[in-house]
Design a protein around this ligand. Sequence first.
Ligand code: SF4
Length: 494
Amino acid sequence: MMNDSPKPEKIRCDACPVLCYIADGKSGACDRYANHGGTLVRVDPLTIIAGGEQALVPFLPEAGDDWDGDIIKGSRPFITAVGAGTTYPDYKPAPFIVSQEVAGVDMVTVVTEGIFSYCGVKVKIDTDRHIGDERDIVYAEGEPIGHVMTSEYGSKMLSLGGVEHLTGGSKKEGRITCDALLRLCNREAVTLHVGDGDHQVELIVEAGKAPVVDGITEKLMRVGCGSATIGMFAKKWLGHVDDVVVVDDHITGVLSEHEAGKQLDIPPTGIKMLGRRSTPGRYFQVANPGTGWGGTDIEDPLTILGPFNAKVAKSGGRLFMVSTTGEQYAYFELDADLVPQKKETPEPLKASAALIAENCEPSVCSVLFMGGAGGSLRAGVTDNPVRLTRSVKEQLTHVSCGGAQAYVWPGGGITVMVNVLDMPTQSFGYVPTPALVAPIEFSLRVSDYEALGGYMDHIRPVSQISREDVRHVGENRQGDNPMAAENYRWAKGS
Ligand code: SF4
């Protein structure tokens, strides 16, 4: 029998250039929008920061609780762009343009989920372990998604994503790059491979968690370079040993030659270091980078020593060697031929290694989203986009991402960087163009909004914002408050 009932029509989602046609009960290609009985809906809840009155754990109102239907809870509600949706093309006003009075000042926040084709993440990995050489390619699922960049103090750095990987390579490279960025930004663990061939390193990165390098979970971030460690703890070794070497991939320190040792009247010991001497008691390149002592490739610390100077060294001379995290250490005494012989480490020296370890911070991965909002999404804020850019530079407009303080880079455009751990969970989405979807909010005085050509007709008081699906979160651990007067130049009297 023929079924004459009309086939429900698909509706078109116009929230991004993909322009999906979505059947009833289905969602579009990005799973962000769905057709609910002929109505296009944003699937994820709108996230509201409810001042200091709510728990930090996000929650949804549950059936049977005493939720009163008031989505604006808390004394300082802030409508974030998480779950707010996107307007496309960009000349359409942003999904929410919300006003509220804050400490006697009429403020407005323009809220949108930006589609970022120019975006990526910077990853800081607190470890001395060798994770690859600077400029090594970083792969996810076999596709190049970024590279190793300059090491920082006690940390390795990755630059992942960016428009070249999202759009400049194969379709597969773009898709996998986007997927890796999305998972990193949403705080998931991502397995990466760094470098090529026999020096490839496997790395598991997860925001806020310890990195896993070649299957080993890192514990401690080094206390400092080898030279700094000598400077910090020289007094602890005084009287317990004749010389100390702090093994470090970058700057290995030697107590008897170091200025710290000189000032403590520690005499020369005839020690001979391999590697390149920089300044007294500071040596570069004593070994190759690796996953051994102090981020070098050595497991036997004696391999970085040459023969002791027979004119200076004495039989029985005591030597302590330790890594920059205090996790590896060994004690030696010179025999009659001035060859170091390993002995049981005396208690005061064990205690000094424990003190180094105690002064190390836990090793964690930090993931910072970086994206360029200087492009077309500005048109959802004002019909004269450059005025928004100027307003940001003049500190009349404050930029936040999911309510978290965003660092705005100097120079042209609105290039922002934000710690994903400061943002609500599940803040990020994607569209298959491919591009990442990230929340962004612009807050400013209503008068300044009018001056920059804002969509005044679209302003709605915060009390009139209504959505069926809302989650409330507490303010983030930094206590970021996009509405705080100190964010704005006008509050500074300039
Ligand atoms: S990919 Fe998502 S946002 Fe883009 S048109 Fe499809 S459903 Fe809408």
